[in-house]
Design a protein around this ligand. Structure first.
Ligand SMILES: O=C[C@H](O)[C@H](O)[C@H](O)COP(=O)(O)O
Length: 272
């Protein structure tokens, strides 16, 4: 049986001092932070802490989303300052590719660099065993391929992402599927979890007249919502992946090695 991980809490005093994240060389904030940090401040704190684990000569999986964006910015900054040298970034989405390219980070892919030293990425939900829901930005497939190939996978979140069990936020658990007969696949997904009060909805783009959202791989996303605990996550994962038409799902089980959480009281680092 899995045991919840132990963790270390860094006190607020030692985490933030005059706007600097201790252990990093540049200020995270332009001036001393106010008592109430915004959610974006917290994302940045977690991201900067994670980048302390990045060294020269590393191959780095670059995550996607509003939290990972801060980590990519920070890696670009350290590269410009000459504090990181000879690194290679493996982007987990087209969007991150664009960001990293614009920052001058040398980029590659898993075909050329199959061994990834470290990956840093955000998450939509994190349970006490460091299982994750990811992919509400639609990048779950490339993220899972790259983060499954790395030695160290650091997840960075603000405290709002912590849940007792996956699906517990009541928000979507995304599944990437092929567009062919998507309604048929969505209905099979819903039926798989009918005992958990599951509903299944196609992700659409309101800004494009409700057209289906397309992933970087040209696929659709079905968002699953649960009213009850999913129970055995490994069994749920296997059942989803057995359905023809499913490409991948957003449960990242037993993949994260480190969780960095930023909250109003400081930054916590939890290792598996
Ligand atoms: O597809 C998106 C990714 O899995 C993101 O890492 C996840 O959605 C978290 O994003 P954010 O940091 O913006 O909350």
């Amino acid at each position: 049986m899995a045991i919840p991980c132990t963790y270390v809490i860094t006190s607020k005093k030692s985490t933030l001092e005059n706007g600097k994240l201790m252990g990093s060389s540049s200020p995270v904030f332009p001036s001393p932070p106010s008592a109430n940090l915004t959610q974006d401040d917290l994302k940045k704190l977690a991201a900067y802490k994670a980048v302390e684990y990045v060294g020269s000569n590393m191959v780095i999986g670059l995550g996607t989303g509003s939290t990972a964006k801060h980590a990519v910015d920070r890696i670009g900054e350290l590269l410009r300052q000459g504090k990181l040298k000879n690194i290679i970034g493996i982007p987990t989405s087209k969007k991150t590719h664009e960001q990293a390219f614009s920052l001058g980070i040398p980029l590659s892919d898993l075909d050329s660099n199959p061994a990834v030293d470290i990956a840093i990425d955000g998450a939509d939900e994190v349970d006490p065993y460091l299982n994750l829901v990811k992919g509400r930005g639609g990048s779950l497939l490339r993220e899972k391929m790259i983060e499954g190939a790395c030695k160290k996978f650091i997840v960075i979140v603000d405290e709002s992402k912590l849940v007792e069990h996956l699906g517990g936020s009541g928000l979507a658990m995304p599944v990437e599927i092929v567009p062919f007969c998507w309604k048929f696949t969505a209905e099979r997904l819903r039926k798989l979890f009918k005992d958990s009060g599951c509903s299944a909805e196609l992700r659409t783009c309101p800004e494009k007249n409700g057209e289906p959202f397309l992933t970087d791989n040209g696929n659709y996303i079905i968002n699953l919502y649960f009213k009850k605990d999913l129970g055995d996550l490994k069994a749920a994962s296997d059942a989803i992946l057995r359905l023809p038409g499913v490409v991948e799902h957003g449960m990242f089980l037993d993949m994260a090695t480190t969780l960095i959480t930023a909250g109003q009281l400081g930054v916590t680092v939890k290792n598996k």
